[in-house]
Write a protein that binds this ligand. Structure first.
Ligand SMILES: [Zn+2]
Length: 287
């Protein structure tokens, strides 16, 4: 008797990395002001190289939202990201929140980052992610700037309730801004009448790994959508210098379970198939 093999579509999810260093995190801004960045020991190159190794070992691809500030200092790192088959996208130049900038200053920041990355790579940069997911109803004009600067999509919203970011009533899946620019929000799961974070950030370090896996599976199997997940290079680096004098909430959030992230990321890479945002969400990549 012939064995019927049912063909089953494998979902490819989008993995994203916000390429910035530990001292550029918004919550640490009061302790390490911008003018000290150039005199603070960097760890970003070491940490991104580790990520590239993990992705290579698992045959995964990702989108790297890279700060212009980092690209200027580590051009070879950006070229290594691209030559390994990953998508290089923009995280702006100086990690400035979109909701704290005037329109002209925001436009100048995202245009500068795009031109630095494109000059480096010799190819078009399509994606932009606002620092701290800082685009919401109060600054929807930002989408006009993103389109005007020549970007083809944004991934700048995490539809959850959080004290530093998040728009809990924003659409949970890919949608178009009034100008037609695609916005691809970080994944959430809708349960008990609220949105729960399913796409990483500090929650990946806070929750047991099995919870992250359950949430992503739910996005794939119940919602029937590809998931989009994000993390930072410094989250894999328990050896990063400790910033002195920071408040207890920031200290807890920043340093929690750093030593577990690499192991959890290896599990995440083994349990799901991962690709670049442009392939997954603009071209509909499946295996
Ligand atoms: Zn960032």
């Amino acid at each position: 008797m012939a064995v019927r093999i049912e063909s089953r579509r494998v979902v490819v999810n989008a993995l994203t990395v916000d390429v910035e260093d530990y001292f550029q995190v918004w919550a640490l801004a009061p302790y390490i002001p911008r003018h000290k960045w150039d005199h603070t020991p960097c760890r970003v190159e070491r940490n991104v190289d580790l990520i590239l190794q993990l992705l290579d070992e698992s045959d995964s691809r990702a989108t790297f939202f890279t700060l212009g500030w980092v690209a200027e200092r580590y051009p070879e790192l950006v070229r290594r990201i691209a030559s390994a088959g990953h998508e290089v996208a923009s995280h702006g130049y100086a990690h400035l929140r979109a909701d704290e900038l005037a329109r002209e200053a925001f436009f100048a920041d995202i245009l500068l980052a795009k031109s630095i990355l494109q000059d480096l790579l010799g190819s078009e940069v399509k994606g932009y992610r606002a620092p701290n997911f800082s685009i919401g109803a109060g600054n929807a004009w930002a989408y006009e700037c993103i389109a005007e600067a020549g970007y083809e999509y944004s991934s700048s919203v995490y539809p959850i309730r959080h004290d530093h970011y998040g728009v809990p009533d924003a659409p949970r899946f890919k949608h178009h801004s009034p100008l037609g620019l695609p916005e691809i929000p970080i994944s959430t799961v809708r349960l008990m009448n609220r949105n729960w974070p399913a796409g990483g950030g500090g929650y990946f370090r806070l929750m047991p790994y099995a919870m992250s896996r359950w949430l992503i599976r739910r996005v794939n199997e119940v919602e029937e959508q590809p998931a989009i997940f994000y993390f930072h290079p410094w989250e894999l680096d328990p050896g990063q210098p400790r910033v002195p004098g920071i408040d207890s909430k920031t200290r807890f959030r920043h340093y929690l379970n750093l030593h577990q992230t690499e192991h959890r990321l290896r599990q995440l890479l083994a349990d799901f198939r991962w690709g670049r945002i442009d392939k997954v969400f603009l071209e509909g990549e499946v295996v």
